[in-house]
Write a protein that binds this ligand. Sequence first.
Ligand code: PBG
Ligand code: ZN
Length: 301
Amino acid sequence: MLIYPLFISDQDDEETLIPSLPNQYRRGINRLVPFLEPLVRKGLRSVILFGVPLKPGTKDALGTAADDPEGPVIRSIRLLRQRFPQLYIVADVCLCEYTSHGHCGILRDDGSLNNQLSVDRISDVAVAYAKAGAHCVAPSDMNDGRIRAIKLKLIEEGIVHSVTLMSYAAKFSGCLYGPFRDAAGSAPSFGDRRCYQLPPGGRGLARRAIVRDIHEGADIIMVKPAGQYLDIISDAKELGRDLPIAAYQVSGEFAMIHAAAKAGVFDLKGMVFESHESILRAGATIIISYFTPELLDWLSN
Ligand code: PBG
Ligand code: ZN
């Protein structure tokens, strides 16, 4: 039930500690297999991949590099499929890592999102990841209508039966994504994501987004962040009775737990179990967690 996030850069030999995300590294493709081998041996079953283009000149207004066949995500999907046949590979689908402005879609001249162009582009990227061998594609951009567009394109391409579509359906805007944006280099260069992500108080909006994405063809519904949105996880379980529900304990939650443990507020292991058990109690059956390696150790002892 655990999915471990991996940041993969286009510097093939890189292994760089991400300062705001304790113990998490940005790695090049050459570092992946040696890093994952012991984890897979300990029982790691699934990873979610985020691409981090660092080469100068890679980013543009359309996020062209997102589905570059020689880019880090597509090459990693191929490599991991081949080297770890039992590993379930999820590919996060978004443009913010690849756009020059750092937003999750394609913009109009006035800086607002162009929904049609964004959704067309994002569904192309999702299909490219699926064709490369991703078991699951997970659009995190929150552009309206993207689930439907991806599902239709997967049908058109004749691969819909072999790909799971996990929707970041209830994704709230807020303070908890900072370390991720450091790691992925995806902070917006102007404005924020409040016009496409949900406001923290928006329970009704989240419920509507969940229902909408189920109707558009999502196979898994995700709620994110997790710990501050347990009511939404519970809503998702109720609204999506026949779907698996995933929750993402995001970078800011992970960093907070580490910081508080370091400050002596609580014991790290105790809080990791408490926070994950609470997410499960609320109704999630899948947790995307930066604590996955620790949990593999702790759960086997
Ligand atoms: C990209 C994306 C983000 C996260 C997952 N996919 C950042 C964002 O929306 O700004 C956040 C994950 C985390 O904070 O751990 N759209
Ligand atoms: Zn994004």
